[in-house]
Structures are given as structure tokens and as C-alpha cells.
Design a protein around this ligand. Sequence first.
Ligand code: ZN
Length: 62
Amino acid sequence: MSEITNETVSAIDATLRDVERALERLRTGTYRHCQVCETPIDEADLVAQPLLANCPAHPELA
Ligand SMILES: [Zn+2]
């Protein structure tokens, strides 16, 4: 098994936070809407990227 680097741990940690934020958005009912402008996110985009938080106009995963 190769060495686990701090970068690997950081990447996993960042992904975990994205998942936690997605779950929180599911609980609060904002999951399907852009975090920036509240536009509904396309269902197909959410199927392809379940952690997608923003519409195409605001692509940053904030
Ligand atoms: Zn938006």
C-alpha cells in the first residue's frame, strides 16, 4: 500500500464536507436550488453530480 499523504487526507476531508453540506441542504429543502441565485438545478445535472450545489451560472462548489 502506498503512503497516505496529507494531500490525500485533505481531499477526503473536503469531500466529506461537501457531502455533509449536501445532506444539510436536503434537510433544509434547498438541495435542488443554486446556493447563489436559488435557481432550480437541472435533475440530470444532480444525477450526474449529486454534490452539485450551484446552477451553471455559478459553477463554484461553495
Ligand atoms: Zn446560480
